[in-house]
Design a protein around this ligand. Structure first.
Ligand code: 7RM
Length: 654
């Protein structure tokens, strides 16, 4: 697992451009420079102060941190309710009429939810879950489009202390079934569908297939979203219940259940280096503090801001920075259901103009997709409301950074390039607007209280200018508490590579001024359009097809999606190579995992490059995929193989 020497990174480190904070922005910024010193003096005391100031407790905590490496407990002895902190307390303080979400459906329908509306809807949904037998501690699976009932469902679970596991609506029924089984979820909340590029996505149909092969679900709660458009929906009597039939008639009162700080808030499944996704465990108080405080400090959120995190709630970015963090801060947010190009490539800029969005948080892959369409689309709209921008999901290349800065941020808005993971729960490496001088392409510095380092293969800190592996050296409040049901895998995956520190799986460099530059994954995880997909997951999906004998998958650099999936496939002897078969194999992966995992390139090959011990040499396959000269081939069992692959045909491009 060597950190590859990438020429583009060397170019980055020579990056001369600096963007110092604008004094006018700095004068009104939420963050203060002395936060770094305060947190460094006593990081536990820093988080304890914030936990007392920013959260409402049913019972105050006694111990800030119990750290039994690698198991952390934050705010021990305390009790609170996450939904109360996100909704009720704002209503009690007179913010009932403040908008929580402006929702925009892809077809153009809209809904506005105030904090009072949210309190009512969340309470009714929680009462419906109670009627279906959901109790504190029971797991609820959620498989929904980006409609208001999605955050409502999550908060209804949190109100009862029933952990949720949200499965991204773009995942397949097989992926959904696996997550339901692992979580042993009792109820599934879904919708008859959602709108994407003008077409309904049949979620209920996929859910029904998932339920044929999973056994724990007793009831399915179904939101009606596309049925009005004449889409047929099958409801199984005794199991399936329409949301409007059960939720609408519930009482608007539902007392929030106080839970321990370390009570399980949710599971979110993410790809690792094996075929089986890991259920990342997030608990209540520390997670809520970490997400809400970073949201406030990094995005400089003020009471009148209109904040838009354009991720899907099905990913951790949506959990932390659309739902929990922003709501705990009583923020007004935007929720958009559909695709950025529907009906045209200026849909987002129309939304920014219509709602006077002030803060926008999105991913480099989206920025590059907009760049590709040209700056005319944003130029047609009044984007002058924007005062702050954020980026997340993958390294942002300076070209995209500068385009974002100029064409979306009007050359004024600071950009926060935020590094974090599903596992970290909250942003950990980021500039603070008004304080940090940014450099395009660098996520800059660890957040106050966070101790990050770059180490070599032996775990020794690398001096400025050098590259290595990114590690985290002390616990933080929103950190994962484990992998659901598998403490040993938790220890193995994150805490065994280097003694006593958290191994993030990312390569990083620090320049002479101490700025962090993230270099991408150093393990077998690909990052496709900001989505984590493991090479092994795709390989397992391929070999699951009767025509496939063996498969190896690598990420190939892609100008829009960061990486694209490149699959090398050896067919079984009975299978006839053809374009139709290549298409079928690509579709098969989309069916097994979800459309985001459909290989962009698929090459049929007679053999794969292996070491003498039989390990596939992905490094050489990456060379082939990139069309560059081969690296060292001396450890290959059969040196002729790569040339054989190069001359193979059957490469499919989208
Ligand atoms: C939030 C999220 C995590 C992986 C992580 C990195 C990559 C995320 C950045 C980044 C460079 C960034 N969660 N990553 N943000 N790389 N700069 N600002 O994306 O669990 O889905 O992915 O994403 O490789 O390990 S995630």
């Amino acid at each position: 697992m060597a950190v590859e020497q990438r020429p583009e990174i060397e170019a980055l480190l020579a990056e001369e451009r600096r963007f110092p904070p604008d004094p006018t922005f700095a004068a009104q910024a939420n963050a203060r420079a002395d936060l770094y010193e305060e947190a460094e003096r006593d990081f536990e005391g820093f988080w304890a102060r914030l936990a007392r100031e920013r959260l409402d407790w049913s019972k105050p905590f006694e111990t800030t941190l119990e750290w039994d490496l690698p198991f952390a407990k934050w705010f021990v002895g305390g009790q609170l309710n996450v939904a109360y902190n996100c909704v009720d307390r704002h209503v009690e303080r007179g913010l009932g009429d403040k908008v929580a979400y402006h929702w925009i459906g892809e077809p153009g329908d809209t809904r506005t939810l105030t904090y009072a509306d949210l309190k009512r809807e969340v309470s009714k949904a929680a009462n419906a879950l109670l009627e279906l037998g959901v109790r504190t501690g029971d797991r609820v699976a959620i498989y929904m489009p980006m409609i208001p009932e999605l955050p409502i469902a999550m908060l209804a679970c949190a109100r009862l202390g029933a952990p949720h596991t949200v499965v991204f609506g773009g995942f397949s029924s097989e992926a959904l079934a696996g997550r339901i089984d692992d979580a042993q979820a009792k109820v599934l909340i879904t919708a008859d569908g959602g709108w994407r590029r003008g077409k309904p996505v049949n979620l209920k149909g996929a859910a029904d297939v998932a339920l044929q092969s999973s056994s724990s679900i007793e009831n399915v709660l179904v939101v009606r979203r596309v049925a009005e458009a004449g889409e047929p929906v099958e409801m199984r009597p005794g199991r399936d219940v329409w949301w409007h039939e059960i939720v609408d008639r519930q009482s608007e009162e539902c007392p929030p259940v106080p839970v321990d700080s370390e009570h399980l808030l949710y599971l979110l499944y993410t790809s690792g280096t094996t075929a089986k996704p890991k259920g990342i465990v997030h608990t209540s108080a520390g997670y809520l503090l970490g997400t809400s405080y970073t949201h406030w400090a990094i995005f400089d959120v003020k009471p009148d801001d209109v904040y838009w995190c354009a991720a899907d709630i099905g990913w951790v970015t949506g959990h932390s920075y659309i739902v929990y963090g922003p709501l705990a801060n009583a923020t007004t947010g935007i929720l958009y259901e559909g695709a950025p190009d529907t009906p045209a490539w200026d849909r987002w800029w129309q939304i920014v103009e219509d709602y006077k969005v002030t803060i926008l948080y999105t991913a480099p892959t989206a920025i590059r997709a907009f760049m590709k369409q040209g700056s005319d689309f944003p130029a047609r709209h009044d984007l002058s409301s924007i005062r702050m921008l954020g980026s997340v999901g993958e390294p942002i290349n300076p070209e995209a950074w500068l385009w974002y800065h100029e064409h979306i941020g009007g050359g004024r808005a600071p950009i926060a390039d935020t590094w974090w993971q599903t596992e970290t729960g909250m942003i950990l490496i980021t500039p603070l607007p008004g304080i940090t001088t940014t450099k395009p392409g660098s996520a800059t510095f660890p957040f106050p209280g966070v101790d990050a380092d770059v180490v070599d293969g032996e775990g020794r800190s690398v001096p400025p200018g050098g590259g290595g592996y990114l590690v985290l050296k002390r616990p933080w409040p929103a950190m994962l508490r484990g992998i659901y049901g598998d403490p040993e895998r938790y220890r193995q995956t994150y805490w065994s590579r280097f003694e006593g520190v958290y191994f993030a799986g990312d390569g990083a460099k620090r320049d002479q001024e101490g700025y962090f530059w993230l270099l991408g994954r150093v393990d077998d995880v690909m990052n496709v359009a900001g989505h984590r997909i493991s090479t092994i997951e795709v390989e397992s999906a391929l070999v699951d097809h009767p025509a496939v004998a063996e498969a190896a998958v690598v990420g190939k650099n892609d100008p829009v999606t960061g990486q694209a999936i490149f699959a090398f496939v050896i067919l079984r002897t009975h299978a006839e190579p053809s374009d139709a078969l290549i298409r079928e194999l690509r579709e098969h992966v989309a069916k097994v995992i979800g459309p985001i995992a459909r290989p962009k390139y698929l090459l049929l090959t007679p053999d794969l490059p292996k070491t003498r011990s039989g390990k596939i040499m992905r490094r050489l396959l990456r060379d082939v995929a990139e069309g560059r000269p081969l690296g060292d081939t001396t450890t290959l069992a059969d040196a002729g193989v790569v040339e054989l692959i190069r001359s193979s045909t059957g490469r499919e491009e989208e």
